[in-house]
Design a protein around this ligand. Structure first.
Ligand code: DAH
Length: 346
């Protein structure tokens, strides 16, 4: 009987070492080690043996069983290696491909972050975000905003006239401010109206730390019956508090803008010194961040709105300036420079 066990062991091990396929190996295992397999069959015969002999053969049987199991483990490992090898023959690993997660992640430009933040604030107050073209007609950028061709106010915003190009409204320029969207918005949406237009603007500037030919603004307007200066102050106060905290106050001082009457220069209490006076606010306690005013009747008329029935206010924030103030950036040219050493800080 001992020989029979030994024989079985040799047969299984010999068979297992020849098999390279895991399914076939499993079938072999069932055939020999399964509940109704050959080993179980042999062990049944042990019941007829007498005490001493049964112990001896029992030990042999256990030995055979573990040797066979070990052989199966080995054979399985081999089969797996074989499969992997085969896969390696058909699949290629590109070792030059960057590992997952190793590629640097980008993020939004600081101006975009501030823009999106303000878009959220204004839409929460019922404004729509109305985009407009960067290459704009001279008419929408200047003339319709109460700045006729020969008016000296054009000198405040020297822009890039695009030679030889004419749109349906005549000569075209790179827009000098996002206020150029005001007439378009009134004509497109009518009254009542609440819009903001963020975007890129361009001016013919001799660039230095404070001047850049490309920068960002956010212009907005409200037109409805009975809109007053008080509504304007209320909305701008909310924006100021949103940007610089609940203690922030605003100050409005007269300033001429051709498209508003009266027009104001808007300031907020310096967030750094809380109005005490410091280097940032040049000891004044105030930071100049927007222009605003009651929309000029001529502008309403150009937009197809009757100034005898409707009134409105408009405002323009320098987004680039807001970002510079927020982060204490001392050179405006960094913002359009595209230098990652600068941009990665935000
Ligand atoms: N467009 C002006 C500028 O670029 C800013 C401005 C002032 C916009 C008054 C307005 C406004 O809408 O009402 O300097």
């Amino acid at each position: 009987m001992k020989d029979q066990f030994e024989q079985l062991k040799d047969d299984v091990i010999a068979a297992a070492t020849k098999i390279a396929d895991r399914d076939a190996l499993e079938r072999l295992r069932v055939e020999f080690l399964g509940r109704k397999g050959k080993l179980a069959e042999l062990m049944k015969g042990m019941a007829t043996l007498a005490g001493e002999e049964r112990k001896l053969i029992g030990a042999v049987a256990n030995e055979v069983k573990s040797a066979v199991e070990a052989a199966f483990v080995e054979a399985e490992k081999k089969a797996e290696r074989g499969e992997r090898y085969e896969r390696g023959e058909t699949e290629r690993v590109d070792v030059t491909e960057p590992a997952i997660g190793s590629r640097p992640r980008g993020h939004l430009h600081p101006v975009t972050q501030v823009r999106e933040d303000l878009e959220d604030l204004f839409t929460s107050m019922g404004f729509i975000v109305a985009d407009g073209p960067e290459l704009e007609s001279d008419y929408f950028n200047f003339t319709a905003l109460n700045i006729p061709p020969t008016h000296p106010a054009r000198d405040m915003q020297d822009t890039f006239y695009v030679e030889g190009a004419h749109g349906s409204n005549g000569e075209v320029v790179m827009r000098t401010h996002t206020s150029s969207q005001q007439i378009r918005a009134m004509r497109a949406y009518g009254t009542p109206l609440r819009t903001v237009t963020p975007g890129r603007c361009f001016r013919n500037e001799a660039t230095d730390v404070r001047h850049e030919h490309t920068f960002h603004q956010l212009d907005g307007m409200v037109v409805d019956k009975g809109i007053s200066f008080a509504h304007m102050k209320g909305v701008l106060g909310i924006v100021a508090k949103h940007l610089y905290g609940p203690e922030t106050k605003i100050r409005l001082r007269p300033k001429f803008y051709p498209f508003v009457e009266p027009g104001v220069n808007g300031e907020v209490t310096c967030y750094l010194c809380k109005g005490e006076g410091c280097r940032l606010c040049k000891k004044s306690g105030w930071l100049e961040v927007f222009g605003a005013g009651m929309i000029h009747p001529n502008v309403l008329r150009e937009g197809g709105v009757d100034p005898g029935v409707y009134s409105g206010f408009a405002f323009g924030f320098g987004l680039t300036r807001l970002v510079m103030l927020k982060y204490g950036i001392d050179d405006i040219r960094h913002l359009e420079g595209g230098d990652l050493r600068f941009l990665n800080q935000f």
